[in-house]
Design a binder for this molecule. Structure first.
Ligand code: NA7
Length: 544
């Protein structure tokens, strides 16, 4: 049961979500003397890493970089066991942070925020939860993450299926035993690609249903060495500063030469070297891979050739090779033995690009007239990303306008931080900010600091509400699309484009102008007196 004794009816700030955004924001706001409540739908902290417990779940940003930078002692004392962290280690870290800063006492778990309405006369938000709690707050912050609303496709007969079903993004807490089972995995994005090799080791048989093949790079993950850990910890302050001004919010070796400016031999050697190093630096092999289709084709072809070298059956290798979109324009995957898994006798690949899953039956599913009997189905079918979680809350701003209605044709934000007519409502890494096109923790810290600085600015100047000006928002929405249109990203049907959800407007949702550039824009905005935002002053009597 939620602890309502300490709730009161009014606080300075309500935060939704106790993932990395909510935890850091709570820490900052509390430290600045703002009374704060956090509501979290899960039973504990960790957000993405609380929910995505599927076998093989791992971060594809290096551990030394995917961690908070705000506290020197914290970053010095924490030890990551592997180069790329597994989900249990990241979740342990989130818990460590929560305990270290005594955060859990202000978080109400197992509680979903259902509505948040802005009362224009009182200039306060009224927030409601599924446990019947109602609370007033001056500030309302959605720290709900970008990929937290799992989606299971509406396939005919799905309710009639009698076997077990799982979604990677809502995985049970107890170990799921697939020993001796025939299982179906639907989806070959990051989650499917990470889970399939692990599932194949346990299950009797795995059938993978693939709608679109994905480019995946080997992680070449390895245990953390003392030397590598030291190389970061001895220079953390400088390295974190460099991360903040970098393009991706992480440090990787980016080759500042166009792909076609070098000889074929040098190009192949470059790709091979980066393939062997592992992880996403492969996409930094040349500086135009995401802006020039011809350049991109050379990297894409290299990966297709690697797949052919790994996968023994030529027909399977061909099916696994992506051909319909440029590499990197759907989220690049990073794997541990994914393509090798198709050499196992107990793994089959079924291409559903032309013939979608027809229907479920009580004991399996049908594709192209063929019935596949399975004991369990793993949906690795992704998320209603970027906006799905915001829309699950009935958020209403000025004049009772619903956020969902305002954003019917696509999200409208200024800096991905706020939306006009929704005063004092902030989004941490919202649509139109670098968010998922960056090292999330770096972007989270930047947004949290910006929000807390804004609140301090308001408190110091007797200001009661803050919201974007319409023009600033319109200009930013255009700028986000302009930035995307300078790249190859719009060419792919990706969740970045909303294409994975039927009926969702097709446009690029994150800001692709770069983390460093975005930070500069925000800093300039503050230096120019919060240019593009308007404030309402506290009523004279109240201000005195
Ligand atoms: P993704 O990347 O959205 O992948 C979902 C996968 O599921 C993808 O292969 C989809 O094919 C497939 N899918 C979705 N709906 C269907 C239906 N109806 N039928 C068959 N296949 C379907 O989600 P992930 O969880 O893997 O990764 C999400 C992010 O988490 C990831 O990018 C990282 O940032 C971490 P499609 O490609 O749409 O044809």
């Amino acid at each position: 049961m939620p602890d309502r004794r300490k709730a009161g009816t009014s606080v300075d700030a309500v935060i939704v979500g106790a993932g990395f955004s909510g935890l850091y924001l709570l820490h900052r706001l509390r430290g600045l003397g703002f009374s704060t409540r956090v509501f979290e739908r899960g039973a504990d902290v960790g957000g993405t890493w609380y929910w995505n417990r599927y076998p093989g779940a791992r971060c594809d940003v290096e551990s030394m970089q995917y961690s908070y930078s705000f506290d020197e002692d914290l970053q010095q004392e924490w030890h990551w066991p592997e180069k790329f962290s597994a989900q249990p280690d990241i979740l342990a870290y989130a818990n460590h942070v929560a305990d270290r800063f005594d955060l859990k006492k202000d978080i109400t778990f197992d509680t979903t925020v259902t509505a948040a309405h802005f009362d224009e006369a009182a200039r306060r938000w009224t927030i409601e939860t599924d446990t019947g709690e109602r609370i007033r707050a001056q500030f309302f912050v959605m720290a709900t993450g970008c990929i937290s609303t799992a989606q299971i496709p509406a396939i005919e007969g799905i309710d009639s299926y009698k076997g077990r079903t799982f979604h990677t993004g809502a995985w049970p807490h107890e170990k799921v035993d697939f020993t001796g089972e025939r299982i179906a995995v639907i989806g070959t994005g990051s989650s499917g690609i990470q889970a399939i090799p692990v599932l194949a080791q346990e299950a009797a048989h795995v059938t993978v249903f693939q709608r679109t093949p994905n480019y995946s790079l080997p992680s070449q993950n390895c245990p953390m060495t003392d030397e590598y850990e030291r190389s970061w910890k001895e220079h953390y302050t400088d390295l974190r500063e460099n991360m903040r001004s970098s393009f991706h919010g992480s440090l990787k070796d980016l080759n500042d030469r166009p792909a076609l400016s070098v000889s074929e031999t040098e190009r192949q050697e470059t790709y091979q070297k980066r393939w062997d190093i592992g992880g996403t630096p492969f996409l930094g092999s040349f500086n135009d891979l995401l802006t020039d289709k011809e350049a991109n084709d050379t990297a894409a072809e290299f990966v297709r050739q690697q797949i052919k070298k790994i996968v023994k059956d030529p027909a399977t290798a061909d099916l696994l090779g992506p051909k319909t979109y440029p590499i990197g324009t759907k989220r690049i995957c990073v794997d541990s033995g994914y393509f090798e898994t198709y050499n196992r006798d107990n793994v089959d690949l079924v291409d559903i690009s032309e013939t979608p899953i027809e229907r479920f039956t009580p004991d399996g599913l049908v594709v192209d007239g063929k019935h596949y009997a399975v004991d369990s189905v793993v949906f690795a079918t992704g998320f209603d990303a970027m906006t799905g979680t915001l829309f699950r809350v009935d958020i209403r701003g000025r004049g009772g306008q619903a956020l969902k209605e305002k954003w019917e044709a696509g999200p409208r934000t200024y800096l991905g931080l706020m939306s006009e007519a929704f005063p004092n409502m902030f989004m941490i890494t919202g649509p139109g900010s670098p968010s998922v096109k960056s090292n999330m923790i770096i972007s989270i810290e930047q947004h949290v600091d910006l929000v807390t600085d804004s609140l301090v600015h308001m408190r110091a100047n007797g200001l009661e509400t803050m919201e974007p000006e319409r023009q600033a928002e319109d200009d930013w929405v255009d700028h986000v699309q302009e930035a995307a249109n300078r790249t190859l990203f719009p060419l792919a049907n990706s969740w970045y484009m909303g294409s994975n959800i039927p009926g969702k407007p097709r446009l690029f949702t994150p800001y692709i102008g770069g983390v460093g550039r975005y930070r500069q824009i925000c800093e300039q905005m503050v230096a120019d007196g919060y240019k593009g935002f308007r404030f309402e002053r506290k009523a004279a009597a109240a201000a005195e």
